[in-house]
Design a protein around this ligand. Structure first.
Ligand code: IFM
Length: 444
């Protein structure tokens, strides 16, 4: 019996800065990631996305590879600084790349799922405050409007924002992502503006442009568990969940920020007047689906000296090369919780995958058994969830290629297609072959 019905969407995913390269071509201006990655000490080995997978030039061959996987859909993102290299200055040549890519995908019967923002904010916007500034709403609106005018109709689904937690908290609080700020006040403002930008973009598409193309947002969610069941560790897990998950889930689905987190954040942020009542209504806008990027569960313990009273705890689970727990059971618990507490919208797993240290062996292949098992376990988990009626309607394997893994550079490989960054040669890994067979059989 088939485990996935015919309507289930199987896909694979990438993002612009991680694969495109061609950072100074055809009128593209620098993004915050060009600036960040060329700042010494920010990215491992000093890697940058300047060439990445050279997908900008190799996209036709890459679409052939995507086609060979038998996927229904390909998720990619648009580099904002290709479209608006300066404030208010539209670059048709930059847009043409995406028109070509979409045409190529459609000729091959692959549905394009397009993310508007996967972290490559134009540097000109950052120079004026970036997401910390409320002006970001105006900038993002013009960008989204132009992209919709040019591409809506050719796109299967839109994702407004990818992982606001990473963009805001890794970028503006922890400083490990661009633009590298370490300030909670900045992070909360950035998160708030990113969330509003999501709401206003959905309204732009649906109300102003009267489009019926499905649109939603993607959050990275990670369930937190106390290392042991003490009251203090439960507090730690609740705070970690608030910082990572609820700060984004609550406004999107309940129209308010969690009050326990406002109290906790008040230790460092004294003025919340940047949050206006009308913003909350906008953030809680109706969408067509909810995107989730899932990688791992996290174990935490109470730690009085940490900002929010928690720190990572030892876990004996098998791990990926990122040190992330392999946790398909907790993935299922997360989905059930979302159904109980937050939403009945169709859920799309917009990213799931694993990093392992791959090598091409003497037979010229990449036998990535661990990644294959990881993917298999998560697909199995989805099939079981759907048997329970959890309505997961799609799965996008992260990632199509080994690519620029942000602060880790090219050191960490998530691809189901191996990329030799010396010569851009692609090698289809065993995990890709497994995925192709699973899709063909709609089974595992
Ligand atoms: O590579 C990233 C991606 O850009 C966003 N989600 C997590 C992936 C793996 O870290």
């Amino acid at each position: 019996m088939e485990k996935f019905d015919r309507n289930f969407i199987f896909g694979t995913a990438t993002s612009s800065y991680q694969v495109e390269g061609a950072v100074s071509e055809d009128g593209r201006s620098p993004s915050i990631w060009d600036t960040f990655s060329t700042t010494p000490g920010k990215v491992m080995q000093g890697d940058t996305g300047a060439v990445a997978c050279n997908h900008y030039h190799l996209y036709k061959d890459d679409v052939k590879l995507i086609k060979s996987l038998g996927v229904d859909s390909y998720r990619f993102s648009i580099a904002w600084p290709r479209i608006f290299p300066e404030e208010g200055v539209y670059n048709e040549t930059g847009m043409q790349f995406y028109k070509n890519l979409i045409a190529e995908l459609k000729e091959n019967n692959i549905k394009p799922v397009v993310t508007l923002y996967h972290w490559d904010l134009p540097q000109w916007a950052q120079d004026q405050g970036g997401w910390v500034s409320r002006k970001s709403l105006k900038w993002f609106r013009s960008y989204a409007q132009k992209v919709f005018r040019e591409l809506d109709g050719e796109v299967d689904s839109w994702i407004t924002q990818n992982e606001p937690w990473c963009a805001a908290f890794l970028g503006y609080h922890q400083g490990v992502h661009a633009p590298g700020h370490t300030n909670m006040d900045d992070a909360l403002k950035a998160a708030h503006h990113i969330l509003i930008s999501h709401g206003q973009t959905v309204n732009l598409l649906k109300q102003e442009m009267q489009s019926s193309t499905p649109i939603g947002i993607t959050l990275n969610l990670s369930p937190f568990y106390p290392a042991t069941k003490t009251l203090n560790n439960e507090i730690a897990a609740n705070n970690a969940d608030g910082y990572t998950n609820r700060w984004f889930l609550d406004p999107i689905f309940k129209g308010s920020y969690p009050s326990d987190m406002i109290n906790l954040f008040s230790k460092y942020v004294h003025d919340f007047s940047f949050i206006k009542d009308e913003d909350m209504e906008l953030i809680a806008v109706d969408c067509d689906f909810f995107g989730i990027n899932f990688y791992n569960r996290q174990l935490v313990e109470f730690h009085a000296a940490s900002d929010y009273l928690y720190r990572p705890a030892y876990s004996d689970y098998d791990k990926t090369e990122m040190g992330w727990d392999i946790s398909p059971v907790e993935f299922q618990e997360l989905i059930r919780r979302l159904r109980r507490e937050y939403t009945a919208l169709p859920i799309i797993i917009t990213e799931n995958g694993a990093c392992f240290p791959d090598q091409i062996t003497e037979d010229g292949e990449v036998h990535d058994v661990e990644r294959t098992n990881y993917v298999k376990k998560h697909l199995q988990a989805i099939a079981e969830l759907n048997d329970e009626g959890m309505n997961i309607s799609g799965y996008f394997l992260w990632s199509l290629f080994d690519n620029f893994e942000w602060a880790f550079g090219y050191e960490k490989r998530f691809g189901i297609i191996y990329v030799d960054f010396e010569n851009q040669q692609r090698t289809v890994k065993d995990s890709a072959k497994f995925y192709r067979n699973a899709i063909a059989a709609r089974n595992l």
